[in-house]
Write a protein that binds this ligand. Structure first.
Ligand code: XLS
Ligand code: CA
Ligand code: CA
Length: 446
């Protein structure tokens, strides 16, 4: 497959088991291992993201690139783009993950104007189709980058200038079609600059209407071209803007309902964005699962000691087990998956660090899946919750919800002494012990 960018890794990464001391072997991740009757790979549907791993050289706002990335050093733009694709697919095949995700701009050079950009993307999408065919790696989702180019400084669909809205519409239309052509199973919209830096220059009412119109147009185009994948919105509360309209899953859900778009979009939930919103990742997944909004996951982690989007690789079984518990109970994440939207630290300069990061992420996800399955099988959490709400399945609870009792009826019941609530323990500490018991016992057996 052309030049080997990862020649230090000659074989696909294998499962070595929990006692393996080889850093280039999986300790837990076994794609075919059955968990509650379904292979691990079908529960997790993991993918590698193109942008952090293949289109980023380690630069940050204080310094230039640090990472050893020969495919980024190619000066001709299209040759460089082809080198990026070659490096990415070599990596995907050696890691053995079934999916990848990309933005239009990750693979295609901007060129001189829209027509050239579109032609660049078409040519590179054809190359990607060839690599997909040869490696069996599939597209989990595609997306358009509506935040890097200076034209998007004031937002894409929420821009004060309708010409910028039109430009964004063109980009999304084309990328949705490219995603369809590549068999993509989802299409993501992350509104990186759909928000504001200051209210002094912002008409909030107009911007939200523009956003709603944009989302309706994307849903219409999806229907028109017969794209069968899911449309996803990725919530994030801030960064790069001070405030982003798609703050969290609950506000996205409310926005969709308010604009008649419920059912057209689900959420792509990123762990680090939950942290930025002041939520746990568990909260975001639980909210989505309870409200028909569970779409896909961007697997990563933030740093609790700072307030920005560090996009580190996930490494905590505890943080992932409870979201996975919700996902198992919801029946799984398909056609979504777990996209590693995570980047190396700037000092992890070696190409092999990309393997270590993804191996650790996959092993952590796999272990968390085993813990979540254990929690489901033991059933203590579900039984506890069911018992806690049992009154709502009784006569009083059902009558209240059915609307057959008024405030006055309830006052009469309370005044007569028929209703006299008895406090019950919420049992939080006991339940926390239940979770730890699963973490410890599965860890011993895995
Ligand atoms: C940035 C987002 C972005 C989306 C795709 O914070 O995570 O990478 O996942 O545009
Ligand atoms: Ca993301
Ligand atoms: Ca992020």
């Amino acid at each position: 497959m052309g030049e080997a960018f990862f020649s230090a890794v000659t074989e696909p990464i294998r499962y070595g088991g929990p006692d393996s001391t080889n850093p280039l072997e999986f300790k837990v991740w076994q794609p075919d291992r059955l968990v509650l009757g379904k292979p691990m790979v079908e529960w997790l549907r993991p993918g590698v993201c193109f942008w952090h791993s293949f289109a980023w050289d380690g630069r940050d706002m204080f310094g230039i690139g640090t990472l050893d990335r020969p495919w980024l050093a190619v000066t001709d733009e299209m040759a460089g783009a082809r080198a990026r694709l070659a490096a990415a697919f070599e990596f995907f095949a050696k890691l053995g993950t079934p999916y990848y995700c990309f933005h239009d701009r990750d693979v295609a050079p901007e060129g001189e104007g829209y027509a050239q950009f579109r032609a660049n993307l078409d040519a590179l999408a054809d190359e990607a189709a060839g690599y997909q065919e040869r490696t069996g790696v599939r597209l989990l989702w595609g997306t358009a980058n509506l935040f890097t180019h200076p034209r998007y400084q004031g937002g894409a669909s929420t821009n004060p200038d309708p010409e910028v809205f039109a430009y964004a519409a063109a980009q999304v239309k084309h990328m949705l079609e490219v995603t369809q052509r590549l068999g993509g199973q989802n299409y993501v919209l992350w509104g990186g600059r759909e928000g504001y830096d200051t209210l002094l220059n912002t008409d909030l009412r107009r911007e939200r209407e523009q956003l709603a119109r944009f989302l309706a147009m994307v849903a219409e185009h999806k229907a028109k071209i017969g794209f069968t994948g899911q449309l996803l919105i990725e919530p994030k509360p801030m960064e790069p803007t001070k405030h982003q309209y798609d703050y969290d899953t609950q506000s996205v859900h409310g926005f969709l309902a308010r604009h008649g778009l419920e059912g057209q979009y689900r959420a792509n939930i990123e762990a680090n964005h939950a942290t930025l919103a002041g939520h746990s990742f568990h909260h975001e997944v639980a909210y989505a699962a309870a409200n028909g909004m569970l779409g896909s996951i961007d697997a990563n982690r933030g740093d609790p000691q700072n307030g920005w989007d560090t996009d580190q690789f996930p490494n905590s079984v505890e943080d992932l087990a409870l979201p996975l518990y919700e996902i198992i109970r919801a029946g799984g994440i398909a056609p979504g998956g777990f996209n590693f939207d995570a980047k190396l630290r700037r000092q992890s300069v070696d190409r092999s660090d990309l393997f270590h990061a993804h191996i650790g992420g996959l092993d952590t996800l796999a272990m968390a899946l085993l813990v979540a399955a254990d929690l489901v099988e033991r059933g203590d959490l579900a039984a506890n919750t069911q018992a806690r709400y049992a009154g709502w399945d009784g006569e009083l609870g059902r009558s209240i919800l059915a609307g057959s009792l008024s405030l006055a009826d309830l006052e009469a019941k309370v005044a007569s002494g028929e209703v006299s609530p008895v406090r019950q323990s919420g049992g939080q500490e006991r339940l926390e012990n239940v979770v730890n018991r699963s973490i410890w016992s599965v860890g011993r057996k895995a």
